[in-house]
Design a protein around this ligand. Structure first.
Ligand code: ADP
Length: 216
């Protein structure tokens, strides 16, 4: 189970107020979309959820527990960034395995292989596992980054404009695919976009942001 709640969260960066008194609560397992123009505070919301940024005011709760001051690495929340952030010197397999190996000793190499293969199958990137990210297309890189997010089995997925840099055809394909990925269906997912078609086609619910405010 994972229910994420913001209670009156405000975030200031110096003189800029990126979030103004934002409150919301997810439902368990839902696909919640944050829709809004550039600068609306969408990324800041995700960064606060995963703990990369601290709120200036207000609190964040996961399943009722106040996690506002808990460090990012203990939250078990997984974020995929817009720019993929893949390691260029590692194969696709090693990129996806990275979060599992980072937890030293928690998984055997056999378990890691099995988990990576499962995710690769789900995302149709098995043929790419021995290649390097530079040998993959934009759409494939996006799937690899998604694979690295999914392999951890986190409590919540955070996806920041994951389709933004892809061409229209691949965007439509991947959008359809998001509906079919079992892990995303079961796990609470918060998805950021400025594209209302994406928001309408993916979201169980949509939060509309503008200038740091949650409007609707
Ligand atoms: P979005 O993701 O909706 O485009 P952001 O959350 O990235 O919006 O940014 C919201 C506001 O906060 C913008 O005005 C942006 O310029 C500002 N901002 C974001 N990050 C920083 C930062 N590290 N320092 C100063 N201002 C920032």
């Amino acid at each position: 189970m994972a229910i994420l709640e913001f209670r009156n969260v405000t975030k200031r960066y110096g003189k800029v107020t990126a979030l103004k008194n934002v409150s919301f609560k997810t439902r368990d397992g839902e696909f919640l979309v944050i829709l809004g123009p550039s600068g609306a505070g969408k990324s800041t919301t995700l960064k606060i959820i995963c703990g990369l940024v601290n709120p200036s005011e207000g609190t964040v709760h996961l399943d009722g527990e106040d996690i506002t001051k808990i460090p990012p690495y203990t939250r078990n929340i997984s974020m995929t960034f817009e720019n993929y952030s893949l390691y260029p010197h590692m194969t696709v397999f090693d990129n996806i395995a990275y979060p599992l190996r980072a937890k030293k000793g928690e998984f055997t190499e056999n378990q890691i292989r099995e988990k990576v293969m499962n995710v690769a199958r789900m995302l149709h990137i098995e043929p790419l596992l021995d290649r390097f990210p530079s040998e993959a297309s934009g759409g494939q890189k996006q799937r690899i980054a998604l694979g690295r997010t999914m392999v951890r089995n986190p409590r919540i997925y955070l996806l920041d404009e994951p389709l933004a840099h892809l061409d229209a055809k691949i965007r439509v394909e991947l959008r359809e695919e998001f509906h079919r990925i079992e892990a995303l269906q079961k796990t609470t997912t918060i998805y950021v976009t400025h594209d209302y078609i994406e928001a309408l086609s993916l979201g169980d619910r949509i939060m509309i942001y503008n200038e740091g405010e949650l409007l609707q």
